[in-house]
Design a protein around this ligand. Structure first.
Ligand code: BES
Ligand code: ZN
Ligand code: ZN
Length: 499
């Protein structure tokens, strides 16, 4: 969890002792009245401050200036978002936010005072705050010694009207980031602690707190509803598979509804087509799509956009025992199509097929699915960008745009229908994996398209790359990123307003 609160305060009577005073610039560091006033109060003379600023302007200058000799003792940081190369301005601000938290942690200070130069607009403040919240996230459940974390950041701001406006902007932003950090917890949790039934419990608790409706289909209900894909993938596990349906209803609902579908494989061993041992543990995060949908629903419930949203999350553990599904099995799916399972490791698409069918049954006017679907997309795009495909280019573009607005990047891969032949099977309508080892991400999407209700715009986000990072990346520490939450929330908000 992220433990850092961000507050806004007037500059009068600020305590500086044992604080990190972070003076933040977008571009060139130079003195401004509020900085002079506060630095002056710390009995650091104007000329010493001017020297620090001059030093901070130089290439490769340090950001931290120890001022321990001062009375009261404090730490001074001079930061410049523009120093961050190769990323957008928005991303640079988030990265900077995370770095300030990192410094505070290293210095073992409890509180950071943020002095933002006048060039910051509301957007810039929000993005810096996002970086602080995302950067302060850590999964510490199993650590005996938890590193001292800063617990508070105070944005020092003179103008009361501005303070009030920022409190409201930051409040909205925090709802989304808190949800994203919660998604990171779900993904980071060890797989045996959070199987399908544990995940259902977490979803129920969240739904209760946020006022979302929730329906859960367990093994028996899944059989009754003939969700053959979910049942097959979950058959080898000690806990039955589940299908969670979360509903947000807009006030004065106009009966417009969109569906978010998330892949929830709580662990993916590959089944009888077993994965190799190296890095198999990453597959505890094969429910990152599910976590993103749960978290997006949580934020949506709080932000209350004017459109109904249904979150559809199939959950299963892909493991083996005598009852597990086998390569060669044929599944009769609910939309009438039959699937020849040629590889039990291509399980996500079987679950999602049922999720997409359900989205049709819910009469969604638009569908977005999100999944850690293929290793192929990771090889093609790496960890910094997700793949996206869909059946309508304007619709796909609306998701790419939403992602760009919130700093999550997508690259569209072509839905080449000529590759559909790859999925032809001798004994069923389609097989779940093509014979060719190439274009795996595209084949995955082509398979899913078979289950998308006719005429409904649909986009598929393959987040197998960015759902998890092995080393610090942007504002994320190693582990789950919660990638996709912000995109889904922003897309729902925009879609509700515009179409
Ligand atoms: N969960 C994996 C995909 C994955 C790989 C996610 C790496 C995150 C990181 C998925 O179920 C899978 O195993 N896909 C196979 C499909 C293949 C058998 C057609 C893959 O991509 O290798
Ligand atoms: Zn798999
Ligand atoms: Zn998988």
């Amino acid at each position: 969890m992220s433990r850092i609160d961000i507050a806004l305060r007037a500059p009068e009577r600020l305590a500086l002792q044992n604080r990190l005073l972070a003076i933040v610039f977008e571009r060139e560091p130079k003195a401004f009245p509020l900085a002079n006033q506060i630095v002056g109060a710390a009995s650091l003379g104007d000329s010493a401050f001017a020297k620090m600023l001059a030093l901070a302007r130089q290439e490769g200058a340090p950001e931290l200036f120890p001022c321990v000799a001062l009375e009261p003792a404090m730490h001074l940081g001079i930061y410049q978002a523009g120093r961050e190369k190769h990323v957008s301005v928005a991303q640079a601000r988030r990265i900077l936010g995370a770095r300030i938290v990192e410094h505070a942690r290293k210095l073992k200070v409890q509180e950071v005072l943020l002095l933002l130069s006048p060039e910051h607009n509301d957007e810039a403040v929000v993005q810096l705050a996002e970086g602080i919240w995302l950067g302060s996230y850590s999964y510490g459940r199993f650590k005996r010694e938890v590193a001292g974390e800063p617990s508070r950041a105070v944005i020092v701001c003179q103008d009361e009207r501005l303070r009030r406006r920022l409190v409201s902007r930051l409040g909205e932003a925090h709802k989304v980031i808190a949800a994203q950090n919660w998604a990171r917890d779900l993904v980071n949790e060890p797989p045996s602690l959070l199987g399908p039934s544990g995940t259902v419990l977490a979803a129920r608790q969240m739904a209760r707190t946020c006022g979302l409706e929730i329906d859960v289909f367990d093994g028996r209900a899944l059989s009754r509803h003939k969700y053959a894909g979910i049942l097959a993938v979950g058959r080898g596990a000690d806990e039955p598979p589940q299908l969670v349906i979360l509903r947000y209803r807009a006030k004065g609902s106009k009966r417009r509804r969109v569906a978010l579908v998330g892949k929830g494989v709580t662990f993916d061993t590959g089944g009888y087509c077993l994965k190799q041992a190296k890095d198999m543990w990453h597959m505890k995060g094969d429910m990152a799509g599910a976590a993103a949908v749960f978290a997006a629903m949580q934020a949506i419930a709080q932000l209350a956009p004017p459109i109904d949203v249904v979150g559809i999350v199939p959950l299963a553990k892909n493991v083996v025992d005598a009852k597990a599904y086998l390569p060669g099995d044929v599944l009769r799916m609910k939309n009438g199509k039959t699937v020849h399972v040629t590889n039990t490791d291509a399980e996500g698409r079987l679950l999602l097929a049922d999720g997409l069918i359900r989205a049709g049954e819910e009469h969604a006017e638009a569908i977005v699915d999100i999944a850690t679907l293929t290793g192929s997309v990771v090889r093609a795009l790496g960890p910094a960008v997700a793949g996206i495909m869909g059946n309508n280019s304007d619709f796909t573009a609306s998701l790419i745009r939403a992602g760009a607005e919130v700093g999550e990047h997508y690259w569209e891969l072509p839905m080449l229908h000529e590759y559909r032949d790859e999925l032809k099977s001798h004994i069923a309508d389609v097989e779940n994996v093509g014979r060719s080892p190439n274009a795996g991400a595209i084949l995955g999407a082509l398979f899913l398209e078979e289950f998308v209700p006719q005429g409904v715009p649909w986009a598929h986000l393959d987040i197998a790359g960015p759902f998890f990072v092995e080393k610090q990346w942007h504002c994320y520490r190693p582990g789950a990123t919660g990638f996709g939450v912000r995109t889904l929330v922003r897309w729902v908000q925009t879609h509700a307003r515009h179409s």
